[in-house]
Design a protein around this ligand. Structure first.
Ligand SMILES: NC(=O)c1ccc[n+]([C@@H]2O[C@H](COP(=O)([O-])OP(=O)(O)OC[C@H]3O[C@@H](n4cnc5c(N)ncnc54)[C@H](O)[C@@H]3O)[C@@H](O)[C@H]2O)c1
Length: 352
């Protein structure tokens, strides 16, 4: 069968990030966003008009039934990711799904098996891996500048940044979890990627719910839909100690809200035998007998296109190799599951 040279894309979900999915695919000359599915007629109409998308449906399955659609991009609440992606793969589509891959490792495993069977491309949109800082850092780690990287701290902390209290983001049955799922997942994925190891031995975690349950800390991603009938039953701060099979360690911290001077940190620090690294901004540190050396670096390496959707299409064209692998996203999902299990049981969780 001749290789395709252009791809029709359907985006499912036109909320906060759905617009970014559409715009990002539209950057690739070989991609056309031809259809949109959105259950809110108003949000759907607005996006279809804004981006000139010819077809709008409320039922995504109508788009899956179309033979002319090659790619489905999923920008839906977390609890829908795995099932909609499985439906799309079974319909023969290539699937880009936003993070997290699923809301538990069992569903993630099922999804990955479906992609393998369907022989279609499945990628999780871990956009923070694609930044020039992370790509440059990856190269520094790979070429040995840091020596042996034995420990890392990674996190994303916000002072006031709960995305829409009362929405699906703040209910376990729709989101899977709170800040750990929403922003911890980025910090974790970025760190494991930089350390080039997704083999996890054990996780010890703790989660807290201290702000959202008091209707405090709303902000950062749209306006809250505070409604006392909808429980806030997710974490707004979490920490974890992750031990990799190699014996190396990661400290993870995520928070949507905390009493702090500022928003804290969305970054990663790596500790190596020859140098330490921090991003963003990208800096190298060395403690030498003559004193501390700090080197500010200009991130200039593009291992892949920093636009994840352009990269996805490049993969379909055979011009790039997938930068985020399903097995890596499954490893991240297992850690998320383990953090909650450890918090609930008070014990370290071993991962097989
Ligand atoms: N990569 C990132 O930086 C990033 C940023 C924000 C959100 N996200 C992820 O993107 C996903 C969506 O987040 P969001 O902020 O856009 O949420 P959102 O609530 O703003 O948008 C979700 C949209 O999906 C629609 N929807 C729900 N069920 C549907 C269905 N069955 N069929 C069609 N449409 C349906 C909703 O009406 C809504 O418009 C989440 O998984 C989130 O974790 C990623």
């Amino acid at each position: 069968m001749p290789k395709k040279k252009s791809f029709n894309v359907a985006v499912i979900g036109a909320g906060g990030i759905g617009h970014d999915h559409i715009r990002s695919f539209q950057q690739h000359p070989a991609a056309s966003v031809v259809a949109l599915a959105e259950i809110s007629p108003e949000r759907g109409r607005e996006a279809a008009e804004a981006y000139d998308i010819p077809t709008l449906e409320t039922d995504y399955k109508k788009l899956l039934a179309r033979d002319d659609i090659d790619v489905v991009s999923i920008a839906l609440p977390n609890f829908l990711h795995a099932q909609v992606a499985i439906d799309a793969l079974r319909a023969g589509k290539n699937v880009m799904v936003d993070k997290p891959i699923a809301t538990n490792a069992r569903d993630a495993t099922r999804l990955i098996a479906t992609a393998k069977k369907a022989r279609r491309l499945l990628m999780v949109g871990q956009n923070q891996r694609f930044t020039p800082e992370v790509q440059t850092a990856k190269q520094l780690v790979t070429n040995g500048t840091l020596g042996e990287v034995y420990h890392a701290k990674t996190g994303w902390t916000r002072r006031v940044g709960i995305p829409r209290i009362g929405s699906w983001f703040t209910q376990t049955k729709f989101a899977g979890g709170g800040c750990t799922y929403d922003i911890g997942v980025h910090a974790l994925d970025r760190c494991l990627f930089l350390m080039s190891e997704f083999d996890v031995a054990a996780v010890s975690g703790q989660t807290y719910t201290k702000f959202g349950n008091r209707s405090l800390g709303d902000g950062g991603w749209g306006k809250g839909e505070i409604d006392p009938k909808r429980p806030f039953d997710v974490d707004d701060l979490s920490i974890a100690l992750i031990k990799l099979k190699s014996g190396r360690t990661i400290l993870l911290e995520a928070s949507w809200a905390e009493h702090a001077e500022d928003d804290g940190f969305n970054g990663t620090r790596l500790f190596g035998t020859e140098a330490g690294l921090q991003l963003p901004p990208l800096k190298l540190f060395r403690s030498t007998p003559k004193g501390n050396v700090i080197e500010q670096l200009v991130p200039n390496i593009n291992l892949v296109n920093p636009n994840r959707m352009v990269h996805f299409i490049d993969c379909l064209l055979g011009k790039a190799k997938p930068y985020v692998l399903p097995a890596e996203s499954l490893a991240v999902q297992k850690i998320l599951d383990a953090i909650y299990k450890s918090a609930a049981t008070g014990r370290e969780v071993r991962i097989r």
